[in-house]
Design a protein around this ligand. Structure first.
Ligand SMILES: [Zn+2]
Length: 250
């Protein structure tokens, strides 16, 4: 069973505008049209059995709509698991977390660069507390992102502060712990109580020996396979991971 833990999709009308816009800002290629049906057809092509769709409420006003979209995907697909999103500046984080949990949503995605707050900003405390209270996990974008190239809102140092403040939080740090900050990840996060997901490692040329070392030194139950589709391809991500010197079991 191959699960791609990091993918994105938008409602069809939004995808039409959002994909070219984001591709333009980032100067990157999109490998899909950003729709839910687009993900399914790529999954069939690349032998991906299940995908987790990470939705982001980039501002408090979007939170309800973004979460309605996630709930609808979860309700209608047996191969897609959509995550909700909680914005740190929302004034109904508690209630929204409960609504997500009651709808069967298992976790939320946050993106500190888009949300314009560092992950250890006190404003995120309510988000993490709501996750713990409702037994939901949080996935965070971590490390460098083109949306805020000169200031990284989620660094390994800041993640460590969150882990210390919320020891029972289930936190997933995308992009091998922090995109393009892999020496710091190795020093500060490997071996800690955090889930790490593989996406962007091949795009930003994470050295394969370093990537394999990070995976071997971490809890094998806390490593997740993710591609960041449509910003990369699940099949090429798989090729990268498969080319690492790891035991078959791992
Ligand atoms: Zn992503």
């Amino acid at each position: 069973m191959l699960i791609d833990f990091h993918t994105h999709a938008f409602p069809d009308k939004v995808a039409e505008k959002a994909i070219p816009k984001l591709a333009g800002i980032g100067g990157i290629e999109a490998y899909g049209d950003g729709t839910v049906s687009g993900i399914i057809s790529r999954m069939d092509e690349w032998n991906v059995d299940r995908a987790v769709i990470l939705n982001i409420a980039t501002n408090p006003k979007q939170q309800t709509n973004v979460n309605n979209f996630a709930i609808e995907i979860n309700r209608t697909s047996d191969r897609l698991y959509a995550l909700g999103s909680l914005n740190p500046d929302s004034d109904c984080i508690k209630e929204e977390a409960r609504r997500l949990r009651d709808a069967g949503i298992r976790g939320v995605k946050i993106h500190p660069d888009y949300m314009e707050r560092t992950i250890d900003d006190e404003k995120f405390d309510a988000v993490f507390a709501a996750c713990v209270e409702n037994d939901m996990f949080a996935v965070t974008h971590s490390g460098w992102d083109f949306i805020s190239p000169d200031f990284i809102h989620c660094t390994p140092e800041r993640i460590l502060k969150v882990l210390q403040k919320f020891p029972s939080l289930k936190l997933v740090a995308a992009h091998m712990g922090a995109c393009r900050q892999w020496d710091e990840v190795e020093r500060l996060l490997i071996g800690k109580n955090i889930w790490i997901e593989t996406s962007l490692a091949p795009i930003f040329d994470l050295d394969k020996a370093q990537c394999a070392r990070m995976i071997k030194n971490h809890d094998p139950n806390k490593i997740l396979f993710g591609s960041d589709f449509p910003w990369y391809r699940s099949d090429l991500e798989y090729e990268y991971v498969d080319s690492l010197e790891l035991s078959d079991e791992l």
